[in-house]
Design a protein around this ligand. Structure first.
Ligand code: MG
Length: 263
């Protein structure tokens, strides 16, 4: 994986022919909204929503997030696009049809058992916040980064007692998720296979879970425009292009929309 600075995604715009209808996959937190101290405060800026609405008229837009599906639908607030929640376990298609994928429902008892244990354990770790999601337990520790090790130890122990779960790490968050071979990469590949052949593809994301998608899209060769957003752009990544921040994402999506309309 390249360590050198990646080229700007603005240089990749020419890979989208005018008049083409690309598939554009977008992570939410850290990509469409800046990372904030509490996840419920990560609302979408009206200017970003307007760009997504305009882009959805000339591209197949999908938001792909670790958030619960209903949470993501409410935050994005753009009807008629695909929303993928819970790292791919639940999907609402552009036409409103809902699916559970990856066998997510079989992990619900293990998640319930782990939730009670983690909730108890977190009482003695101040500054942390447990988010009970439909297909995951997330512990946020942005307000107490010095307690990250204690959080990880607690979740690690819970994961050992519930073999159906595994521990994953994000930015100031640790999560217990189903130990299924299902993630953002698998769902993005599944959705891409439904698109007409030679559909141009873009995927923009900022975090470790987006690396699954960057890698999985390699199945379609060098053509997918995989874009790492923000500070991870200087860490090893499977993405081929970069954007510095959420504002650059907005400008890039707008430039893409205008290019596609120029046909
Ligand atoms: Mg993110």
């Amino acid at each position: 994986m390249p360590l050198a600075p990646l080229p700007s995604a603005f240089d990749a715009l020419e890979l989208f022919p005018a008049g083409a209808r690309p598939a554009v996959f977008l992570d939410y937190d850290g990509t469409l909204t800046p990372i904030v101290s509490r996840p419920e405060l990560a609302t979408l800026a009206p200017a970003m929503r307007a760009v997504i609405v305009a882009l959805s008229e000339v591209a197949e837009v999908a938001v792909v997030t670790g958030r619960d599906l209903d949470d993501a639908i409410a935050l994005v607030g753009v009807p008629g696009i695909t929303i993928v929640g819970s790292h791919g376990f639940e999907v609402e298609r552009a036409d409103g049809e809902r699916l559970v994928l990856g066998g997510g429902e079989t992990y619900l008892p293990a998640l319930e058992a782990a939730a009670m244990r983690v909730e108890r354990g977190l009482r003695s770790i101040a500054g942390t916040h447990l988010e009970r999601k439909r297909f995951a337990l997330a512990v946020h520790f942005r307000q107490a980064p010095e307690r990250a090790d204690e959080v990880v130890t607690l979740l690690d122990e819970a994961a050992r007692d519930e073999p159906g779960l595994r521990l994953t790490h994000g930015k100031m968050v640790a999560e217990l998720r189903p130990a299924a071979d299902w993630h953002k990469g698998r769902v993005v590949v599944a959705l891409t296979r439904e698109a007409p052949q030679d559909t141009p593809i873009a995927y923009l994301g900022d975090d470790v879970t987006d690396e699954d998608a960057f890698e999985a899209l390699g199945e379609f060769g060098d053509a997918p425009v995989t874009v790492i957003v923000g500070e991870r752009a200087s860490a090893p990544t499977a993405a081929r292009w970069a954007l510095p921040d959420v504002d650059a994402v907005r400008r890039w999506l707008q430039a893409l929309e205008q290019r596609l309309r120029a046909a």
